[in-house]
Design a protein around this ligand. Structure first.
Ligand SMILES: *[C@@H]1O[C@H](CO)[C@@H](O)[C@H](O)[C@H]1NC(C)=O
Ligand SMILES: *[C@@H]1O[C@H](CO)[C@@H](O)[C@H](O)[C@H]1NC(C)=O
Ligand SMILES: [Zn+2]
Length: 804
């Protein structure tokens, strides 16, 4: 460059010195601000047993898992100061966090990372889907309908959470975090408006709506890789799927996460042209142009059988894993739960199934009966459609907030955590007209309206919401269990006690009394980990009380159902109404005031740099757990039929259009033999060229449903039904589909049919495709047989291919 050739005079040297210094300082500032934190995200499959296990949420013992709508995942983020504090937040596609799961995860983190991750800086939160396997909580009330503890559900969660944190930890890189907020007006309505109306008029006047409409989103940007994910908090129940649904699903939030992660991957794939643009509708086809030729190609795929396969066959891999590259972190997007206590996603309102008229406003009953009153989602009467719509509304808002996020988080990372015995917290309340009074929380108890359920899932018993008298039958049952003391009855007033759970200890604790409360703080972002479902107004009061403690401007979110579960938290005034949420507020009318008092102390400790007491440890009841759910005894098929054989095929030479449903039934084994964690039970493959099959949809796709059933309850035989609704985005082509089975045998069946595009302009068939559907499962064999096989040749695998 030219200036190397000039004679440098002194003033010029000085000028250059200053210029260089300026550039240096500027760059240093930029690099400091570009990577003020270390950021890492991770995700892992926690689907768990997809058969026989009661689903968590509706407490409906008839609702047992029988297949998969979409898979469940644990999604984690870690944010760390390079030389300082760090926080971990894990969001579970599960109904709620479990104390026992949290305890066991923390034990594993301790043995793996020492004191890096403890109960103080790790939060584990549930999205409140009512369509996941149950039996993973430790207190009796929450495992009655699942016939006790279910080890497989529990292990899937503990393993998956640990793996998600390991991945997030492994992905820690310099990066930054942005926050953004926006409103979603049509994803939640208040399901107990008569209780909300009992809050003071002046307080209600401060708010435009009777539910919170705001979504708060964090966007994580890695200095090297760019955006790596987002977490958001928004309050709406995971009850778009009804109490009779039997397919495992993340409900509306799980759906939103699936849509958002796929949206980002597609965008990225579209940007990087040389990557496999799966699911992008512009796949270039080299299939024959004319329909007849195409049918011939489809019918040329003959069935094969008896082919040995291994777990590394395409069926064992998931569609999404084929998109991943080894070094680049996969995009993780979590939709977290907030103060959803009284918020229903069934936004059309609650109606009587007999008359079609709206339910009684004050009691949510129909002619005096609660079990006829049901909330309707926007896709009514199709609950899958309602789930998709409420999921899509959250996804759309989140992707918009993500794209436009510009407020960068700066400042210290901090956290406080304490355990409290909620059966006896003394709360000091300001008295009207000056002074203060002292009140108490009570041992846990559930009121009669608990048994009535909600409009999202009415209870099976004839109780009215807001029942202050009680039904004699239940009074009797309750008395057998435990008669509440006068002190307890007085403390819980005006709640009529149905189950005095806090004082029931046989065969082990019925309800928690020791609860964790926790604050995680990333600069101005404040996350309140609450172990329950706060109602809208309860959440507002808590957020406001914490906000004023911090001198700076803060963004406060409530992370609901976190670290453990203790049902609902209403305001004092809502508690007076004793609807479902008030009846399920365990520790009496002053439960919320106790939370506000204790969270305020945690916030004050952060501001002053002080410490808080650790508090009493919650019990570990793992050794006391009783499990009554039997395991899989044996799987079998009818004479002459092999696992994986097609039972009901797609009709020969079938042609389908977008929007059509393709259904195929295979002979199967029980999905509990192998959960196919990070794998799939079903796969749809697309033919590219003459003989290359590429996976395009699996059991984690909304368009593909894996349904499992036995011909009769005690039968050892079973069927896997794959239903594939051909999506509008699907590329035309030849597809095939599999289902998979495994503890001794992996059976893969295949059938092909073609899909044609009808060009709407010309009504001419375009770009036909061939597809194949595969199903997979592992079979439980009689012990002797299995042992022999293992001795002789180790685990063996067979492929069966059906005809098409
Ligand atoms: C299916 O199509 C092929 C090729 O066009 C034809 O040979 C065959 O007879 C058809 N089968 C049936 C059952 O229609
Ligand atoms: C609900 O209850 C309140 C208070 O008892 C009463 O004033 C109101 O009329 C009731 N509303 C309906 C629609 O029944
Ligand atoms: Zn709930």
């Amino acid at each position: 460059m030219e200036f190397f050739h000039v004679i440098i005079r002194r003033p010029l040297v000085i000028a250059w010195f200053w210029l260089l210094l300026l550039v240096f300082v500027h760059n240093a500032e930029k690099s400091i601000s570009a990577s003020n934190y270390l950021v890492g995200l991770g995700s892992y499959d926690i689907t768990g047993p997809a058969a026989d296990v009661n689903m968590m949420g509706y407490a409906n013992s008839d609702q047992t898992a029988s297949g998969i709508h979409i898979r469940l995942r644990a999604r984690a983020f870690i944010v760390a100061e390079p030389q300082g504090n760090r926080v971990v937040f894990v969001n579970l596609d599960a109904c709620m966090a479990s104390q026992l799961v949290t305890i066991k995860v923390l034990e594993r983190l301790k043995s793996r990372y020492g004191d890096l991750y403890t109960e103080k800086n790790v939060a584990i939160s549930g999205i409140h889907t009512h369509a996941g396997p149950g039996g993973y909580l430790q207190y009796v009330v929450y495992i009655v309908t699942s016939l006790g503890f279910v080890r497989q559900s529990f292990d899937a969660l503990v393993d998956g959470i640990e793996q998600s944190i390991i991945r997030a930890h492994g992905n820690l890189h310099p990066g930054s975090v942005f926050v953004n907020k926006g409103e979603i007006l049509d994803a939640g309505v208040n399901r107990s408006p008569s209780a909300y109306l009992n809050n003071p008029t002046a307080e209600r006047a401060k708010y435009k709506y009777d539910v919170d409409k705001e979504m708060t989103l964090l966007k994580f940007v890695d200095d090297q890789w760019g955006p790596v994910g987002s977490f958001n908090w928004f309050a709406t129940h995971g009850t778009s799927m009804s109490r009779t649904n039997e397919l495992i699903s993340g409900d509306n939030k799980g759906t939103a996460a699936r849509l958002m992660e796929d949206w980002f991957d597609q965008k990225r794939a579209a940007r990087t042209a040389n990557e496999n643009p799966r699911r992008v509708s512009n796949i270039i086809q080299n299939a024959p142009g004319n329909h007849r030729e195409f049918l011939e190609l489809a019918s040329s795929f003959q069935s094969t059988s008896g082919k040995s396969v291994t777990k590394y066959l395409s069926i064992a891999r998931r569609v999404r894993s084929s998109l991943r590259t080894a070094e680049r972190p996969s995009f993780v997007s979590a939709f977290c739960q907030s103060n959803c206590g009284d918020v229903s996603p069934n936004v059309l309102g609650a109606f009587c199934t007999d008359t079609g008229l709206p339910c009684d406003f004050n009691h949510s009953t129909c002619g005096g009966k609660n079990e006829l009153c049901y909330g309707r989602g926007p896709g009514y009467p199709d609950e899958f459609e309602s789930t998709r719509i409420i999921g899509e509304r959250q996804f759309k808002k989140a992707s918009d907030l993500f794209t436009r996020a510009s407020e960068k988080l700066n400042g210290k990372i901090d956290f406080r955590h304490t355990y409290l015995d909620f059966s006896k917290i003394e709360v000091t309340l300001p008295k009207q007209g000056g002074g203060s009074e002292s009140v108490k929380t009570c041992p846990a108890a559930m009121g009669f309206a608990f048994a009535a359920g909600t409009t999202d899932g009415p209870g099976a018993f004839d109780f009215k919401q807001g029942d202050n008298t009680g039904n004699p039958f239940w009074k009797l049952v309750r008395n057998v269990l435990r008669t509440p003391s006068k002190e307890q009855t007085d403390c819980q007033q005006p709640k009529p006690i149905l189950l005095d759970t806090g004082e029931m200890k046989q065969p082990y604790d019925w309800a928690p009394s020791i609860l964790p409360v926790q604050i995680l703080k990333i600069g101005p972002m404040v996350i309140l980990s609450v172990p329950g479902e706060f109602t809208t107004m309860a959440g507002r009061r808590l957020r406001d009380a914490v906000s004023v403690v911090f001198k700076e401007k803060v963004h406060v979110v409530i992370a609901g159902l976190t670290n453990t579960y203790s049902q609902y938290v209403t305001t004092f005034e809502e508690y007076e109404m004793q609807r479902y949420e008030g009846a399920s507020t365990l520790y009496g009318p002053h439960t919320l005031s106790a939370y506000i008092q204790e969270f305020t102390k945690l916030a004050a400790a952060i501001v002053s740099g002080g410490t808080v007491e650790e508090g009493p440890q919650p019990p570990d009841l793992l050794k006391k757990q009783i499990s009554l759910l039997p395991g899989v005894v044996v799987d079998s098929t009818p004479l002459g039929v092999k696992f994986g054989d097609v039972s009901t095929d797609i009709p020969k030479n079938s042609t389908f259009k977008k929007g059509d449903m393709v259904t195929i039934v295979f002979w199967s084994a029980c999905p509990r033999n192998d959960l196919m964690t990070e794998g799939t039970f079903a796969l749809v493959e697309l033919l590219q060229g003459q003989d290359t099959w590429v996976p395009v949809y699996d059991d984690d796709d909304i368009c593909l449903r894996f349904k499992w059933s036995r011909p009769s309850k005690l039968s050892a035989q079973s069927h896997a039904t794959i239903e594939w609704r051909i999506p509008q985005l699907a590329a035309s082509g030849v597809y095939r589909s599999h289902a998979k089975e495994d503890v001794g045998i992996i059976a893969i069946s295949c059938c092909c049919c073609c899909l044609e595009w009808v060009d709407p302009a010309t009504a001419q068939p375009q770009h036909p495709l061939l597809f194949s559907i595969l199903v997979s499962a592992e079979a439980s064999m009689m012990r002797e047989t299995k042992k022999n096989e293992e001795e002789d040749e180790g685990p063996f695998f067979v492929v069966f291919e059906g005809s098409f």
